[in-house]
Design a protein around this ligand. Sequence first.
Ligand SMILES: Cc1cc2nc3c(=O)[nH]c(=O)nc-3n(C[C@H](O)[C@H](O)[C@H](O)COP(=O)(O)OP(=O)(O)OC[C@H]3O[C@@H](n4cnc5c(N)ncnc54)[C@H](O)[C@@H]3O)c2cc1C
Length: 237
Amino acid sequence: MRAHLKRRFEPAAGTGAFIFEPEQPLAFKAGQTCDIRIPEPRYQDAEGAVRTFSIASPPGSPELMFATRLTGSAFKRSLMEMPPGTVVEIDGPYGSFTLHQNAAKAAVLLAGGIGITPFRSMIADAVERNLPHDLTLVYSNRTAGSSAFISDLEAWARAHPRFHLVATITEPAPGEAWSHLTGLVDAAFLARHVRADFGTAIFYVAGPDGFVKAMAASVSSAGADPDNVRTEEFAGY
Ligand SMILES: Cc1cc2nc3c(=O)[nH]c(=O)nc-3n(C[C@H](O)[C@H](O)[C@H](O)COP(=O)(O)OP(=O)(O)OC[C@H]3O[C@@H](n4cnc5c(N)ncnc54)[C@H](O)[C@@H]3O)c2cc1C
């Protein structure tokens, strides 16, 4: 399907968010992905002009938001420099990294950096539709400045009593404003800050490969049933 760029903004340092208007509404579930192809990219490299991105906007929105770390690849530079109105091709939706049905089981969402994208869609959707699920987001970034969408997440935590935000940074800079936690996410951190029944909760982990592997191990040693751990690895980081 064709879609045109409406606008872009930087939700955090080194991060770009892109709003596309598709030529017709895309039916998808929060957590799913799309492949974005730039037909005439300004820059080219060996990695080509197609990338998989999780949809960061909720299904109820007519626009599609995607967000990414600006790595300097030809694809990312082309995205950052394409003028509004530029047409791209969007294939999808794909994937089964979506919220479970049974609301009796809590959902614990673990995001590493840009891994926040599928969860931004899931949480916005849960708030919009007032879903009965108990949702806890554990969100880890290096710095406050690189913590994308933190103000959206804070607003949803205020608005929706079943959504709990546990945000942490691992490299706090002196004097940088940050009202959340600091420190690495590990089994002890999870036991301290996540109020869910680890034996029955469903865990969702998204982000760069290294983060996903470390978190899958941490939630298991914190008491999660490995069958209840779902992962989405963002290859390429
Ligand atoms: C299901 C899924 C969802 C994703 N969602 C997002 C998202 O919401 N936001 C986001 O920023 N990124 C997301 N990604 C990752 C995205 O597709 C890109 O790989 C990533 O953004 C890096 O792109 P780049 O242009 O910066 O780097 P590239 O120039 O593409 O690659 C950087 C390096 O990674 C290597 N590499 C690239 N792809 C792979 C691969 N598949 N396996 C092994 N090595 C690889 C390249 O060889 C290169 O050395 C997702 C990936 C998957 C699979």
